[in-house]
Write a protein that binds this ligand. Structure first.
Ligand SMILES: [Fe+2]
Ligand SMILES: [Fe+2]
Length: 153
């Protein structure tokens, strides 16, 4: 993968990670379930680490991380106040979809990067760690959504 394409791809991941941070912080703020709040806050921390890692890679390559996705979730703040089981289950479904997109896109980029130097090798290791986290996150959202749906019925 050429460096200009890699930079574009890294910017995409940067936006995706920032969107996740924003989503989870917003949902944690309005969640009435204490355990779910803790998990969402923990995930927001985790996504912040991911975002900063990606930002570091972009800057190391001489690029500029873009933040246009930062306001994507602002509309969700109004809806997030309606925290019944069904609404939370719907949010968790959206989270699951975003995590799944992150998971499959990380898989693709990891396959496309050649470990041709120390920096690229380190980046590959970092991206693999993100991939593993996203896989855990999406499974948590999927499982928790199922149990919320049972309660909502
Ligand atoms: Fe992430
Ligand atoms: Fe995630």
């Amino acid at each position: 993968m050429k460096d200009d394409l890699l930079l574009l791809a890294l910017n995409w991941f940067y936006l995706l990670e920032l969107t996740q941070v924003d989503f989870y912080l917003t949902q944690a703020k309005y969640s009435e379930d204490k355990y779910n709040t803790l998990v969402l806050l923990e995930m927001a921390d985790n996504e912040t680490v991911h975002a900063n890692k990606i930002k570091g890679y972009i800057e190391h390559m001489g690029g500029f991380p873009t933040k246009i996705g930062k306001y994507l979730s602002h509309a969700s703040k109004y809806i997030a106040k309606l925290t019944n089981y069904t609404t939370t289950a719907n949010f968790f479904y959206v989270n699951y979809i975003i995590e799944s997109i992150a998971f499959s896109d990380y898989k693709k980029i990891i396959k496309a990067i050649e470990p041709e130097n120390t920096f690229k090798k380190e980046m590959l290791n970092g991206l693999i760690k993100n991939l593993i986290d996203e896989d855990e996150h999406r499974n948590w959202f999927l499982g928790t959504r199922r149990s919320l749906q049972k309660k909502g019925n």
